[in-house]
Ligand binder design. Structure first.
Ligand SMILES: [Zn+2]
Length: 149
C-alpha cells in the first residue's frame, strides 16, 4: 500500500503510526516535496484485512491476527472461497447459522463474505452464543463498530 502526492508525483513517506490496541489503526504519510500529508484510518475489520494481506505499514508488518483462511483464499483468488467454512472448522464450539442469518450472509459480497462470517462466528463463540441469528448479527455490528459493512 502506497500513497502518491498527485501534485508532486512523489511517493509519500510514512510519518506516524498508531496501533491503539482496540483494533483501530491510524497511519500518516507525508509528501517529502511539499509536505502535504494524508492519514489512513481503519476500523478493526479493515485492520484485520490489512494485516491478513501482510501489508507493511511504517516498515513493520501489522501484528499477525488469526486470519489464515482469508489470506490463503485471497492468494488463491477463488470467487467461491468464502462460501462455506471448511468442514473441519465447523466442528466443536463453533456456532451455527440459522436460515435467516445464512440468507443475510449470502447477500454479503463474496470477496468479503468469509471475513464477515468469521467475525460474526468469533463474536458468537466468545459469548457462547450457539446460534447466529440476524439479531445476533445486528448486536455484533453495533458492538464491533461495523455499521455500514
Ligand atoms: Zn507533494
Amino acid at each position: 500500500m502506497k500513497f502518491l502526492c498527485i501534485e508532486c508525483d512523489r511517493q509519500m513517506a510514512f510519518a506516524e503510526r498508531e496501533l491503539p490496541g482496540d483494533g483501530t489503526l491510524a497511519a500518516v504519510f507525508a509528501c517529502p516535496a511539499c509536505g502535504r500529508s494524508v492519514a489512513m484510518l481503519t476500523n478493526p475489520m479493515e485492520t484485520q484485512l490489512v494485516s491478513s494481506l501482510g501489508v507493511q505499514i511504517g516498515g513493520r508488518t501489522v501484528p499477525e491476527q488469526p486470519f489464515e483462511l482469508t489470506r490463503s483464499a485471497v492468494a488463491g483468488g477463488r470467487e467461491d472461497a468464502f462460501a462455506e467454512e471448511a468442514p473441519k472448522a465447523a466442528g466443536a464450539g463453533r456456532p451455527v447459522w440459522d436460515d435467516a442469518a445464512k440468507e443475510r450472509l449470502g447477500r454479503v459480497p463474496s470477496f468479503v463474505r468469509g471475513m464477515v462470517q468469521r467475525i460474526y462466528a468469533d463474536y458468537a463463540a466468545e459469548r457462547s452464543i450457539a446460534v447466529i441469528t440476524p439479531e445476533v448479527m445486528d448486536t455484533a455490528r453495533r458492538e464491533l463498530g461495523l455499521e455500514g459493512m
